[in-house]
Design a protein. Sequence first.
Lengths: 140, 394
Amino acid sequence: MTGTVRPEYRMLPEISKDTEPFWTGGAEGELRIHRCRACECWFHPPAGVCFRCRSRDVGPQAVSGRAKVAAYTINQHTWFPGFPPPYIVALVELDEEPDVRLTTNIVDCAVADVRVGMPVQVTFDRHEDVWVPIFRPVAS
Amino acid sequence: MTFVDDKAVITGVGQSQIGRRIGRDGIDLGIEAALRAIADAGLTPDDIDGVASYPGPVSAEAGFAGAATHDVRDALGLRTSWHLSGVETPGQIGTLLDACAAVATGRATHVLCFRSVWESTAQSAGRARALTERAARAGGHLQWRMPFGAASPANWIGMYAQRYMHEFGLTREQLAQVALNGRRNAALNPNAIYRDPMTLEDYLSARIISWPLCLYDCDVPCDGATAVIVSRREAAGGLRRSPISIEAAGSALNERHSWDQRTDLTTMAAHDAAEHMWRTTTMTPDDVDFAELYDGFSYLTTQWIEALGFCERGKVGPFLEDGERFSPGGDFPLNTHGGQLSAGRLHGYGFLHEACLQLWGDAGERQITKPVSVAAIGVGGGPEAGCMLLHREE
């Protein structure tokens, strides 16, 4: 079985000032994650303060888009008619800051082939004004 | 005893009719459970001067918020000195813990605490329809999951279960024991939703919802309400029941309230709450006679077992293998009413109700064989967790 690569429908997020860089960075091919300029740690979801050092000097910055699969599930149930199973939902950890995880899809990957530790690279699936960041396997 | 200086006790419990598609709404069921709990305590509605419920009037899938505090309070014409509802609480028992604090600080004497659901009737048109009829865009924490088709806690919890299996070798056969134990125990509970025997074969051949979780790892939506009366200790003397004291409670959350950013993916908020609870009592896991541990998904029970220290970290798989241990006749009775997997998704309060019945010796055919005086209750999953240690007084 192959995982769904691009579903016809995704329920899209409400976009706020804080989350707009994350959801639209794909227009320039960039995955933008909030980073604290004081302690230099990355964090997600985006917010106006660093949850570690409480600095307000924070903002979005492009990351490499490389990550590793930390956990996954193979969804077999139809929750949305326009998003047919099977598909892989995964938690990936960014190479820049493994503490930062994204819930995402792994695409271009047979559902039987996904593994913890698998190196992946971001790609984007545009729906309306949202560039949904999803990931595909790459050679380590 | 340390929780709220031992000033609050449980004096009565009650449950409404429970079933699938019974055609009654959440307020009707909430009223029924409330009246039964008040009578069980030997009180009348005029004695009730506080009300607390979970989750309050929140927008959610149909039937999830069965009755708000005011729905039941107003219907029964209660005059109160204190009331509360809330959804941002440590597990579904969170506002009940606050009711204990309200009683201990003199703001109320007898508090009616309840949780009502009617998801089965309200969603009889189907869960998928309920989801797709939502607003076109996802807000709050769902914005980080919905775009990826991760619409259900089965997806979110499936990922935690997968990582735990990867780290510690938990197998589906071992995880199955939570569901099989629930079904075995439900056979002795006349109010349970599913009472027909289930075999390991049935479990392993069931439809996968979100690997590694199958249909029988997910609880069953139902209609039903549960109510519990919390009373000030000095006001509990001479009531119908011998009071149940709250030896300790855990409500800690040591990380962000998140489904995906917790540092260690093989733990959950249950670990924070459990550590908090044990830190506030001289009792230890060895003092616990039986446990009622949340099973909205089977994997959550395994997290509570480990978090509460009933087995070593990483060892819940082997701990589960001998399923007979968890029956009413076993040495570690667990989810004796069948849990939410087989007795129905009463959403946390069902475990509290069952623990009280067992402690009072009123559990009928499923009464635990050995004498019991201490129960552990763990409620919630992911970033939601609250736990209690109940103690029946002689």
